[in-house]
Design a protein around this ligand. Structure first.
Ligand code: TYM
Length: 334
């Protein structure tokens, strides 16, 4: 809470191109919740450097991502859209929280285990303490709600534990945040291997739909999507490929999985795949068009970036000063 207002915080990494999973699992819910909360949406570039990045490319991707937030429907006059690296409080609070986090807790994080396996030549301390920085992001703004996909729930649970631990020692400092997940779309799977999540970093380009894919590419990828030989469109564990397509279609159209199953009762996989592809194309088209317009308006974007960074700085500093005082740092006389 900030004053009487409930707060929403969320963020995305500017690594790789955003996928349909990022959109349906997170961004879409950010937009639908925005009116109810005081909102902070960050491009989390500090997190990105936990794996090696090309500097120019990171900068360019971060700007594209920030523009995409706006293109998806977040009004930057009402929603605070900013770069994490522009607000020093994230790293400062992360340091303090590091001193309240146990190695054992971080060792259990499945994302760390996955990423460590993927980047065996660069298992750096930042990768290990990544979830603590994420906790700092959230707690810095006293967030009540954090819309995320399923893969981030473990990090949210850690955030809640850290907040409770800190509050138990120092009194009511942090709001305890709740995760928010949509009914459909919280875990979109790879189109080529439905046992894995759809991921920005998948090496097979047919596995993911990127938000920048053109209509032909989208339809082609859905045509090639891995399914099964059951020949029935049913929403069940035994048919993970079809289940994923039902999830995607439902999330794009606002239908429930049951309604989608009814709609395609007796239809073939080919027809269903086409319908899913078309639903995705029409979901992404307006976003892609707005992106193209906005991205060219350099002065407008620069203004938004500056104003919102100042706003984020203002609110984050309030929490940070409180925390610094609680842990015993000397008062600032300047
Ligand atoms: P990131 O950048 O990997 O993903 C951004 C958001 O997209 C969701 N997501 C998915 N949802 C459904 N299906 C998928 N296949 C899929 N892939 C990704 C993620 O759950 C996420 O909500 N650590 C975070 C970024 C972060 C953050 C935060 C999020 C940093 N600080 C504070 C919330 C609050 C991450 O790497 O997300």
């Amino acid at each position: 809470m900030i004053g009487e207002q409930k707060v929403l915080f969320s963020g995305m990494q500017a690594t790789g191109s955003l996928t349909l999973g990022n959109y349906l699992g997170a961004l879409k819910n950010w937009v639908s919740l925005a009116d109810e909360y005081m909102t902070f949406y960050s491009v989390v570039d500090l997190h990105s450097i936990t794996v090696r990045q090309d500097p120019a490319e990171l900068r360019s991707r971060a700007r594209r991502l920030l523009t995409l937030y706006i293109a998806a429907g977040l009004d930057p006059e009402k929603n605070c859209i900013y770069y994490q690296s522009h607000v020093s409080g994230h790293a400062e609070l992360a340091w303090i929280l590091n001193c309240f986090t146990y190695m054992g807790e971080l060792n259990r994080m499945t994302q760390f285990k996955d990423k460590a396996a993927k980047h065996a030549d660069n298992i750096n301390a930042g990768l290990f303490t990544y979830p603590v920085l994420m906790a700092a992001d959230i707690l810095l703004y006293q967030a009540d709600v954090v819309p995320v996909g399923k893969d981030q729930l473990q990090h949210l649970e850690l955030t809640r534990n850290l907040a409770q631990r800190f509050n138990a020692i120092y009194g009511d400092v942090f709001t305890i945040p709740e995760p928010y997940m949509g009914k459909t779309g919280a875990s979109i799977k790879s189109l080529q291997d439905p046992s894995k999540k759809m991921s920005k970093s998948d090496e097979n380009p047919n596995a993911s739909i990127y938000l920048t894919d053109d209509p032909d590419t989208i339809i082609r990828k859905f045509k090639r999507a891995v399914t099964d030989s059951e020949g029935q469109i049913l929403y069940r564990e035994e048919q993970p490929g079809i289940r994923n397509l039902i999830d995607i279609y439902s999330a794009c159209t606002g239908k429930t999985p049951e309604e989608t199953v009814r709609e395609f009762d007796g239809k073939g996989y080919g027809e269903f795949k086409m319908a899913v592809g078309e639903a995705v194309v029409s979901t992404l088209r307006p976003l892609q068009e707005r992106f193209q317009q906005l991205f060219q308006d350099k002065a407008y974007l620069d203004g938004i970036i500056k104003e919102n960074a100042q706003k984020a700085q203002y609110y984050s500093a309030k929490t940070l000063r409180k925390v610094q005082k609680k842990v015993g740092f000397p008062e600032r006389l300047f």
